[in-house]
Design a protein around this ligand. Sequence first.
Ligand SMILES: *Cc1c(COP(=O)(O)O)cnc(C)c1O
Length: 218
Amino acid sequence: MISDEIQRITAQLPDGVRLVAVSKYHPADAIREAYGAGQRLFGESHAQEIQQKHTALADLAGLEWHFIGHLQTNKVKYIAPYVSLIHSADSPRLLEEINKQALKVGRRLRCLLQLHVAAEETKFGFTPDEAMAYLDSGAWRELEGVELTGVMAMATNTDDSARIRQDFHAARLFFERGRQIVPFTELSMGMSDDWHIAVDEGSTLIRIGTQIFGERQY
Ligand SMILES: *Cc1c(COP(=O)(O)O)cnc(C)c1O
């Protein structure tokens, strides 16, 4: 049951750690059920899907939409009016577009820098060195429509818990270093299979899909 899983997870979270229920590929009714169990933060990774659900669930007061997937620059305008946190700011160019669209709708959008610390090759995310260079450059200070509030990372997809811990630790180290420059408060890390390790390593936001909603439905 969705509500049982939410209660099971939240009961284990230390103070200061919040649950983002990742509802991608699950129907709006599943979100209603989670909302009924007290869940308020929901994560989606496709612009069209989050848009449809935002419309379908407009009656749920206090629900917060978090965007967690790769965001194409041409889709930012669709989510800018209502998204509460973008976990996946993965390039300076995307941050500039978020800034532009946020200012257009009179908002300041909270964003996390997506850090690439896992072993897998990916086009997305800043390496820790790139992210530090970006912070040092001061370019983010020009973005009045963006509030950089922290860091998001995914660990290597492996059963090797030492490797997972190492990846989360690298993200945590960057978070601590970055915090000397920007007042970061959020460290988003941990998914269904690795969130216990992420919490151990200092996560403040865990992003859980499968454990709550089961296998993705479409
Ligand atoms: C899908 C997704 C999750 C949730 O993964 P589960 O293994 O289903 O918990 C978390 N973070 C991101 C970025 C995702 O895309």
